[in-house]
Design a binder for this molecule. Structure first.
Ligand code: SAH
Ligand code: SF4
Ligand code: F3S
Length: 451
C-alpha cells in the first residue's frame, strides 16, 4: 500500500481566507490527502495568500522561494498559490516562480478538486477569471469544533481608494438565507456553539439578490437574516463582521438588542477620524456619522463592545488630520482597534497619488496611535473586573495547560482554571479577577449550558 499523500495549508490574511482554507482542506481530505503541520514534509503545499498590505504579500514570496527549491529535489511536490495574491498577480506569478502548479483566485476555492485534476493531467493552471461562486457542497475541515465561520456575502462593491479587496474578491455575491440557515443547522447538529457570519461589507448583504418588500426595501438584508437564523438549534451565539458605517442601520442595532443569541460586539472600521481624509478614502461617511452610530449602539446596549480598523498616514494626511484620528479614538474608547500604516497597493487610485508620506511619518503615527489604543483598551477592560461574564470555552490555554480559554459575549479572550475535556464547547459563568488591555483572567462559577 502506498502512503497517502500529505497536504499542508498556510493561511494569511482575514477571516474570509480562513474560511476558504477550511473548505479547501475539506476538499483535499475528501480526495484522500492527510493533513500535516509541517510544510516541508508535505506532498502538496497550498499558500492561501493576502495582499492587503505590501508586507503580507512579501511574506509569501519568501515561503515560495524555499518550496520552489524543495521541488527541484522532489518533483512530485504540488505547489499551489491561492487567495488574493494569486488573484492579483495571476500569470505573472508563474514567471516569478515557474515551479508553481496552480494559481487560483478566491472565487475558485470550491473548485480545488477540479483544478487539481487538470494539474494531474500535466498542466500548469491559472484560475483567476471572475465566476459565480459555486455553492459549497463539500465538508469543510474546520479548525475549531466550537466556533465556525459562515460566509453570507462574497466580494465587495465599494471603491475605497486604498483597497485591493474589490479587485481581488470581485463583485458582491450574497448567498440565499436558506443556504446560510442550512449550513448553520448542520453546524448545530455537529455540536458547534458559535457562528460568525462573514462578509467584507456585511451590511451590503442581500442587495444583489432579487426582490423588494412592500415598503420598498430590499427583500433580503442582514437584519432580516439575523431574525431568520437566530433560533437555529444548538447555536448559542451569533456574531457578524465586518460592518460598514456607510450602510449600518438602527434596525440592525435593534435586532442585536432583541435577539439573545446575537452578541453585543460590533466591529465597525472607521479608518480615519478626519472628514477630508475620509473623503479622499471615498468611505462615504463623516466622523460625525460614525460617532452617531456608536452613540446609538450605546443607547440600546450601554455595555456593547466596539472594535474597529484604522489607517494612519494615508496620502496627504496632515499632522492635524492624524490628530483627529487620535481624538476619535480617545473619545470613543475602543475595546480593540486594528491599526496599520497606509501601504500603496497595485491597481488602487491612492497608490498613484504624489502626496505619499515617508516611512518615518508612518512609523511615528502608528506608534502614537498604538500607544493610545493600548491605554484606552486597558481602561475599557477595567469594567470587567469583578463582574461575572459568560465565557464559551474553545480550547486549552497553550501557555498554561491547567487553564482553559474562551471568549466573553463582548469577544474578550478569557482564561480560567479548568479541564478542557470537561468544558470544551460549554458556556461557563466566570468571575473576572484580572483585567488586562486585551484579555481577562477569572474563576469558574458554574457551567450554564451543558451540551
Ligand atoms: N471590509 C472592511 C475591511 C477590509 S480590509 C472594511 O471596509 O473596513 C481590513 C483592513 O485593512 C481595513 O479595514 C483597513 O484598515 C486595512 N487596509 C486595507 N487596505 C489598506 C492599505 N492599502 N494600507 C493599509 N491598511 C489597509
Ligand atoms: Fe476594502 Fe472598502 Fe470594500 Fe472594505 S469596504 S473591503 S475597505 S473596498
Ligand atoms: Fe487579505 Fe484578501 Fe482578506 S487581501 S485581508 S485575504 S480579502
Amino acid at each position: 500500500m502506498t502512503k497517502p499523500r500529505q497536504y499542508h495549508i498556510t493561511t494569511f490574511g482575514c477571516q474570509m481566507n480562513k474560511a476558504d482554507s477550511e473548505r479547501m482542506a475539506g476538499i483535499l481530505e475528501e480526495m484522500g490527502y492527510h493533513f500535516t503541520e509541517d510544510p516541508y514534509a508535505a506532498d502538496l503545499v497550498l499558500y492561501n495568500t493576502c495582499t492587503i498590505r505590501d508586507n503580507a504579500e512579501q511574506k509569501v514570496y519568501s515561503y515560495l522561494g524555499r518550496q520552489a527549491k524543495r521541488k527541484q529535489e522532489k518533483p512530485d511536490l504540488t505547489l499551489i498559490v491561492a487567495g488574493c495574491v494569486a488573484q492579483q498577480e495571476g500569470e505573472s506569478l508563474l514567471r516569478r516562480v515557474p515551479e508553481l502548479d496552480l494559481i487560483m483566485g478566491p472565487q475558485h476555492a470550491n473548485r480545488l478538486q477540479d483544478l487539481l485534476e487538470q494539474v494531474e493531467g500535466g498542466s500548469q493552471v491559472v484560475a483567476t477569471e471572475p465566476i459565480h461562486i459555486v455553492e459549497d457542497i463539500t465538508k469543510p475541515r474546520r479548525d475549531s469544533t466550537v466556533t465556525a465561520w459562515v460566509n453570507v456575502i462574497y466580494g465587495c462593491n465599494e471603491h475605497c481608494t486604498y483597497c485591493v479587496v474589490p479587485g481581488v474578491r470581485g463583485t458582491e455575491q450574497s448567498r440565499y438565507p436558506e443556504a446560510i440557515r442550512a449550513e448553520m443547522e448542520e453546524l448545530g447538529r455537529q455540536g458547534f456553539k458559535e457562528v460568525t457570519l462573514l462578509g467584507q461589507n456585511i451590511d451590503a448583504y442581500g442587495r444583489d439578490l432579487p426582490g423588494t418588500t412592500a415598503e420598498g426595501r430590499n427583500k433580503y438584508t442582514l437584519t432580516d437574516l439575523l431574525y431568520y437564523v437566530h433560533d437555529v438549534p444548538g447555536i448559542e451565539r451569533i456574531r457578524f463582521a465586518t460592518s460598514h458605517p456607510r450602510y449600518f442601520t438602527e434596525r440592525l442595532i435593534k435586532a442585536c438588542q432583541e435577539l439573545p443569541k446575537v452578541c453585543e460586539h460590533f466591529h465597525i472600521p472607521f479608518q480615519s477620524g478626519d472628514n477630508e481624509v475620509l473623503k479622499a478614502m471615498r468611505r462615504g461617511y463623516t466622523h460625525e456619522k460614525y460617532r452617531r452610530i456608536i452613540n446609538t449602539i450605546r443607547n440600546y446596549m450601554p455595555d456593547a463592545s466596539i472594535s474597529a480598523d484604522a489607517i494612519v498616514a494615508f496620502p496627504g494626511e496632515t499632522e492635524e488630520q492624524f490628530e483627529n484620528t487620535l481624538k476619535l479614538v480617545d473619545e470613543i474608547g475602543f475595546d480593540q482597534l486594528n491599526t496599520a500604516a497606509y501601504s500603496p497597493r497595485p491597481g488602487t487610485p491612492a497608490a498613484t497619488w504624489d502626496n505619499q508620506l515617508s516611512e518615518e511619518v508612518k512609523g511615528d503615527r502608528l506608534q502614537r496611535l498604538n500607544h493610545l489604543v493600548a491605554q484606552k483598551a486597558a481602561e475599557r477592560s477595567q469594567r470587567y473586573a469583578g463582574r461575572i461574564e459568560e465565557v464559551l470555552v474553545e480550547d486549552q490555554n497553550p501557555k498554561n495547560p491547567s487553564q482553559v480559554m474562551g471568549r466573553t459575549r463582548g469577544n474578550r479572550l478569557t482564561f480560567f482554571e479548568g479541564d478542557i475535556n470537561e468544558l470544551k464547547g460549554k458556556i461557563v459563568a466566570v468571575k473576572i479577577t484580572e483585567a488586562r488591555a486585551f484579555s481577562l483572567t477569572g474563576e469558574a462559577i458554574e457551567a450554564l449550558v451543558t451540551a
